[in-house]
Design a protein around this ligand. Structure first.
Ligand code: OAD
Length: 251
């Protein structure tokens, strides 16, 4: 059960804040049916990330890398935003949420209606040829015929997501840094905060004077270190109730 007083506390903090940024991770999409990476039934239980998720595997052993990628694609293609995604879109419409920095590649924040979303690890909506750069929507790929090849030059194709061994796109890194260092409240939602540099965003916010609040059923390395408190529970439930509370607060 989610603690009612924690919900009320977060609603009050949101009311007081003028520049809120969210950092989301895989836990955000668990209620959409996408297992988190490190949780039960998660991808990293089945596949070694440094091996299957490494850029060199994709280039030199594409058939192997695409076993994992097709699993991911299939799961993501059928997923829909959950009430947590919609609550964040509502917060943006209310003028409370400035931006979302997401580590997720499922595109669900966009589908839910958020406009300012920084996709820190890219996305799986399209793939590009690693040789000629030709880009096509992921929906055009036949997941029953792997590994996919570029329709123009037959080169190996790569989802427009960040792989292990690759740098974060500089635009995403710079914009995230700017949002983190200028917010006054950072909501850290559904991330184990273990993968850098994304996991450094709460530190950047905290060091610049922002309040950091986590929404997660489990504690993370941020808990008790830099987060002011953690609202323990599933993101969808918590966010929906926080937005309801926020709307009921006197003007
Ligand atoms: P993880 O799988 O590491 O962590 C998921 C977090 O979500 C955990 O802290 C869970 O406790 C929490 N969680 C589970 N269910 C939840 C729910 N219903 N509501 C809220 N939280 C819940 O996923 P990330 O932190 O996103 O990188 O992983 C970071 C990066 O590691 C990913 O972007 C990916 C992966 O390797 C790349 O692929 C480059």
């Amino acid at each position: 059960m989610v603690n009612e007083s924690e919900i009320a506390r977060l609603a009050r903090d949101i009311r007081k804040a003028s520049r809120i940024v969210a950092l989301s991770g895989a836990g955000m999409s668990v209620e959409s049916g996408i297992a988190s990476f490190r949780g039960p039934g998660g991808l990293w239980e089945k596949y070694d990330p440094e091996e299957y998720g490494h850029i060199n595997t994709l280039r030199y052993e594409p058939a192997k890398a695409w076993i994992m990628l097709s699993d991911m694609q299939r799961e993501i293609l059928k997923a829909k935003p959950n009430k947590g995604h919609y609550a964040l879109a509502e917060l943006e419409r209310m003028g409370k949420l400035r931006a979302i920095i997401t580590q997720n590649v499922d595109g669900l924040h966009h589908v839910a209606g958020n406009r300012d979303v920084i996709e820190f690890h890219g996305h799986l909506q399209s793939v590009s040829c690693m040789d000629c750069g030709h880009r096509v929507p992921s929906a055009d790929i036949d997941l029953d015929k792997l590994p996919p090849r570029c329709s123009k030059c037959s080169g190996p194709v790569k989802p427009d997501a960040v792989f292990f061994g690759e740098a974060i796109p500089s635009d995403a890194l710079m914009r995230s840094h700017r949002e983190a260092s200028t917010c006054d409240l950072m909501l850290v939602i559904g991330t184990s905060a273990m993968v850098y540099p994304a996991a450094s965003m709460p530190d950047i916010a905290h060091d610049a004077g922002a309040r950091v609040v986590e929404i997660n059923p489990s504690e993370t390395p941020l808990t008790g270190r830099i987060s002011a408190y953690i609202v323990k529970g599933p993101a969808g439930d918590v966010l929906e109730r926080v937005v309801q509370q926020l709307k009921s607060l006197p003007a």
